[in-house]
Design a protein around this ligand. Structure first.
Ligand code: NDP
Length: 479
């Protein structure tokens, strides 16, 4: 069986204690590789390598640093198929999704931040007749990047790329559930000419290697994407050490549909915003609120479309949904369907496991639509993070807003309306870091990305990410 390795100081190596964890293929439910179960000793090794590399990387000219990052981006592009197949196998997502979204986006992340750094400027503040202040933006040093399993390389590179571009050395850990494309990245970084020790990739459990990264004194910042409970723990651990923290956490996003929307476009986008990546995108709209006058029409047509949605092996070109990421996750999602029934909900479609011929142990679920639940019940308040949505009618804009803002989360929201005034008014009032009007998941890498309330602290993307990974220093010069 294939054994993955850590990538430390520009070399692949085994974990010091020689411990490994099983890596499952969600599509078949079988173990297909082993990954290092790294611990604090491996983190220490990576920190030592990063310390050695930091003077080289942070002092390298921006042009040179940029060129290496662009080569890294091209290196992934040149191995597109290898990365696509690996991502799909590791995560269970359809190959078509990995090919159109995940891996192209990882390519873009390195290219975007590798070139953004060429244009990153700092401010100066003139004091008439007195002097001038200018701001230096220095890299932080060694930073930790910890990412989740849903969009493995996409989110891993979304953190690593700005951290590296800003001149930091990185200790990164992908989710133990989806380590493979991060494992492949070491080789590409090496070929791109990344100096040894600049990018170190460790594998292992959150509570092991992840925790050791968060607790290491020499790691100056933690950029984390994952669940709210883990984020809370990380904040509690890292804040007293005065680390900079960027936390992208859970969501329970509202999708608010008004009768005056473009129904056809709304319907096909809502299908995607509900179930893309098996509903395992932090931006999926899992609570659908529909204006009462079109509720029945929406329900009928949406459920029909959901029933026709193909769930199949990820390599099947027809698959709209593949497998969910793991057995415990599948069981968690199914337990929420049971909870919804206990809370008085009616399952309009789905709610069941799917057996795919030849892959009987795979983790396949039918996309699920539930109605008849109060907006404040657990099903409508807790993040399920699977192919499950609820639909709820509303009568007024005010009512829709109250329901939309009722959860502890505030990541994203989608609004469907052709009334411009209402679109602006509601965007202003919704608790969310991102609002899409008549669209979903249209991403511009320059925009601030992140959530409010329990969905996180800080913003990623564009200048926000480069600011996070740098420390401003003000210098005053007297005239
Ligand atoms: P987790 O919080 O379980 O894990 C995220 C990462 O943190 C993994 O690499 C995990 O490692 C690691 N980790 C776990 N415990 C610790 C710890 N004590 N110290 C340090 N690291 C730790 O989230 P999931 O992987 O289950 O991802 C799903 C969650 O991510 C959902 O809540 C989703 O909403 C959120 N998410 C948020 C996004 C956003 O931008 N706001 C985007 C995408 C997802 P391991 O897996 O090995 O345990």
């Amino acid at each position: 069986m294939e054994k993955l390795q850590n990538f430390i100081d520009g070399k692949y190596c085994d974990p010091i204690e020689g411990q490994y964890i099983d890596n499952y293929e969600p599509a078949s439910g079988k173990v297909y590789s082993l990954i290092p179960n790294s611990d604090a000793q491996d983190v220490e090794l990576a920190v030592k390598a990063a310390e050695k590399a930091y003077p080289v990387w942070s002092k390298m000219s921006i042009d040179e640093r940029s060129a290496i990052m662009v080569k890294l981006s091209q290196g992934i592009e040149a191995r597109m198929d290898e990365f696509v197949q690996a991502e799909s196998r590791d995560n269970g997502k359809p190959v078509t999704l990995a090919a159109h979204v995940d891996i192209p986006r990882a390519v873009s992340n390195f290219h975007f931040f590798g070139t953004a750094i060429l244009h990153f400027a700092s401010e100066s503040h003139n004091m008439e007749g007195v002097g001038v202040n200018y701001t230096l933006r220095k890299p932080l040093g060694i930073v930790g990047c910890i990412s989740p399993w849903n969009l493995p390389l996409y989110l891993f590179s979304w953190k690593i790329a700005p951290a590296l571009a800003a001149g930091n050395c990185v200790i990164a850990k992908p989710s133990e559930v989806t380590p493979y494309t991060a494992y492949l990245l070491g080789k590409v970084a090496k070929e791109a000419g990344m100096p040894d020790g600049v990018l170190n990739i460790l594998h292992g459990e959150g509570g092991g290697a992840g925790d050791a990264i968060v607790k290491h004194k020499k790691i100056k910042a933690i950029s984390f994407t994952g669940g709210t409970t883990t984020g809370e723990y990380i904040a509690r651990t890292a804040a007293p050490m005065f680390k900079k923290l960027s936390l992208e956490l859970g969501g329970k996003n509202p999708n608010i549909i008004f009768a005056d929307c473009d129904f056809k476009e709304m319907l096909s986008t809502t299908l995607r915003s509900s179930f893309a990546n098996q509903g395992q995108i932090c931006l999926c709209g899992s609570r659908i609120f529909v204006e009462r006058s079109i509720y029945d029409k929406f329900k009928e047509e949406f459920v029909k479309r959901v029933e026709n949605t193909i769930v199949a092996h990820p390599s099947d070109a027809m698959a709209k949904l593949g497998a969910v990421v793991s057995k415990p996750h599948m069981e968690k999602v199914l337990s929420y369907v049971e909870l919804a029934k206990e809370e008085g909900g009616t399952v309009l479609t789905g709610g069941k496991r799917v057996i795919v011929e030849g892959y009987e142990d795979g983790y396949y679920l039918r996309p699920t639509v539930i109605e008849g639940l109060p907006f404040d019940c657990r099903t409508n308040q807790e993040e399920i993070f699977g192919p499950v949505v609820t639909i709820t009618p509303f009568d007024t804009e005010e009512e829709a807003l109250i329901m939309a803002n009722s959860t502890q989360y505030g990541l994203s929201a989608t609004l469907w309306t052709s009334n411009l005034k209402r679109a602006h008014r509601m965007s202003n009032e919704i608790d969310a870091g991102i609002v899409w009007i008549n669209a979903w998941l249209v991403r511009d890498l320059r925009t601030p990305f992140g959530g409010v309330k329990a969905s996180g602290v800080g913003r990623e993307g564009g200048w926000e990410a480069l600011r996070f990974f740098t420390e401003p220093k003000n210098v005053f010069v007297k005239y």
